[in-house]
Design a protein around this ligand. Structure first.
Ligand code: PNS
Length: 163
């Protein structure tokens, strides 16, 4: 039986912590779909198409069994449509745990056949978040250790435009 997993998130934008989780999940599952949430109620820095594009460029070397797709609505519905039995989430620190536990229980209540698998983000990326990367880039700081190369370029471009 082929094991399909969804790695869901906002990815506004993808960070090295996300990429680390995607890379390790790619070696655990037969197929990994990075699911990028399109939430019309939020105003992200990067529109959904750009977020998908940047993730595709960042995961290009992970293999053909890794795909990137936008979705809206419930993550478990997306998982069902994709034939996925697993959700993958990264834990950077204990502070992530509470919200993740709540989400995992909610998703399991919504769809019993979908289980959440947690990967501990590599220690060197434990401090990284999309929010901080955006803040550092906004003020012209070096984000090369925080985000994949295509994202670093996109951030620099995006904030050059608004200066
Ligand atoms: O990158 P994020 O913002 O931490 O990702 C959160 C995400 C997208 C995984 C979560 O908000 C989500 O699954 N949203 C879709 C709506 C949903 O399914 N809600 C119920 C489960 S908590």
């Amino acid at each position: 039986m082929s094991r399909v997993a969804i790695f869901p998130g906002s990815f506004d934008p993808m960070t090295m912590a996300h990429l680390d989780v995607a890379r390790r999940a790619a070696s655990l599952f037969d197929r990994l779909i990075v699911g990028v949430l399109h939430n019309p109620k939020k105003s992200p820095l990067f529109p959904i198409e750009r977020r998908v594009e940047l993730i595709r460029a960042s995961v290009a070397d992970l293999g053909e069994h890794v795909a990137v797709e936008a979705f809206d609505g419930l993550t478990v519905e997306f998982a069902r449509r994709q034939g996925a039995g697993f959700l993958v989430r990264g834990l950077r620190a204990i502070s992530d745990f509470e919200a993740e536990l709540q989400m995992a229980h909610t998703n399991r209540r919504l769809e019993r056949s979908v289980d959440t698998v947690f990967l501990m983000t590599a220690l060197e990326y434990g401090f990284v978040s999309s929010t901080l990367a955006k803040e550092v880039a906004q003020f012209g700081g070096d984000v090369s250790a925080m985000v994949p190369e295509p994202v670093a370029r996109a951030l620099a471009e995006r904030f050059r435009e608004s200066r």
